[in-house]
Write a protein that binds this ligand. Structure first.
Ligand code: SAM
Length: 281
């Protein structure tokens, strides 16, 4: 069998299919042979598992997932890749390709129809232009998914995996930690892709929590998080006042009630702090 991460093999397949890379679809294909087996292994794909892959490209990660899991459903937006995938995945009978935009897809329906009774995980080398929307869709929709293992730009990985309450923490850190336990798995250099992107990447895994770690009204919680981080440099009393369009006096009362110092910055707050503020709103 041809090794799909081999650059000569990839060039041959792509030229035979007359394929050219689309920058706007975030098409940077993996050519480092050690990455996909490791990523698939760490994703939790195995016996009794169904895997959702987003953006299979020419199927380099898909092949590894097919070897480990009972079934793989890969969602690819670019229909020019469908004949390529027909060829590269021909030896696997446990894979289905869906030609769709993952952001538009009803994933609850997909899981119910394709993975009945299976433990489901997500594993993907994400197109970078939609990293956050995809991750937040997977989490916010409360899908019956145990873990999400994704390759993202290194900076995004560091932000997501930062400690809540630390300097690197941002709205995405708090939001992801509300739904999941994130961990950094390993870094991947820019040279591992064709074409090579400008920055390095990293693989992260989000283990989805059964219950959020704090009790709160979700809508209010996320309104507070968004407002708090809307102006990172400002102290929390100012960012909340402008972000929630609320009198400064009222915000100060709110912060006082939640036991949060008015001159703290959003990055220093814990999940419980955000929940306490939201619960007093
Ligand atoms: N998995 C392959 C690999 O690792 O070499 C390709 C990864 S490439 C970074 C991202 C893939 O996502 C491309 O195949 C691209 O066409 C696909 N894609 C881009 N936007 C998408 C969307 N909205 N829904 C589904 N797939 C998308």
């Amino acid at each position: 069998m041809n090794r799909l991460s081999d650059i000569g093999t990839i060039k041959d397949i792509l030229s035979r299919h007359g394929f050219t890379f689309s920058k706007s679809l975030g098409q940077n294909f993996l050519i480092n042979p050690s990455v996909c087996p490791r990523m698939a292994e760490l994703s939790g794909a195995g016996q009794g598992t169904g895997v959702i892959e987003i953006g299979p490209g020419i199927g380099v990660l898909t092949t590894e997932l097919c070897r480990l899991a009972d079934k793989v459903v890969a969602v690819e937006l670019d229909k020019r890749l469908l004949p390529v995938l027909d060829e590269t995945l021909a030896e696997h009978d446990n894979v289905k390709i869906i030609n769709a935009d993952v952001l538009e897809l009803d994933l609850h329906k997909l899981i119910a129809e394709e993975f009945d009774g299976m433990n489901v995980v997500v594993c993907a080398n994400l197109p970078y232009y939609i990293t956050s929307p995809v991750i937040m869709k997977l989490l916010e929709e409360k899908l019956p998914v145990a873990a999400i293992t994704v390759m993202v730009q290194k900076e995004a990985a560091q932000r997501i995996c930062a400690q809540v309450g630390s300097r690197m923490s941002g709205a995405v850190t708090v939001s992801v930690n509300y739904y999941a336990k994130p961990q950094m798995l390993f870094s991947v250099s820019a040279g591992s892709f064709m074409p090579a992107p400008k920055v390095d990447s990293a693989v992260i895994r989000l283990d989805v929590l059964e219950e959020p770690p704090v009790k709160t009204d979700e809508k209010k919680f996320f309104r507070v998080v968004k407002a708090a981080f809307s102006q990172r440099r400002k102290v929390i009393s100012n960012s909340l006042s402008s972000g929630l369009s609320m009198d400064k006096e009222k915000v100060l009362q709110l912060l006082d009630g939640a036991g949060v110092p008015q001159n703290a910055r959003a990055e220093a707050l814990s999940l419980q702090n955000f929940a306490d503020i939201a619960n007093l709103l």
